[in-house]
Design a protein around this ligand. Sequence first.
Ligand SMILES: [Zn+2]
Length: 85
Amino acid sequence: MLRLLIAFIAGYLLYKLITGEKKHKTKEEISKKVATGEMVKDPVCGTYVSTSSDIRVKDGDKIYYFCSYECRDNFLKKLEENKQK
Ligand SMILES: [Zn+2]
């Protein structure tokens, strides 16, 4: 009976760890890294990417970071379109 109770509690704690709290932590970690400039938002899809990423575009003084080459290419296309206008 006691073993069953312990197993139940352990299962509950594991469940709690996997669901809500883990998500909360990652969100907090991301906002911390955004504040310190370690992470920035991909302007195309809105994903947070590390500033150590090699997928970047320099536009004047600003540097943009992207989660993938696909996003970078989309951004470059838009940049070209804006310059032509
Ligand atoms: Zn992206």
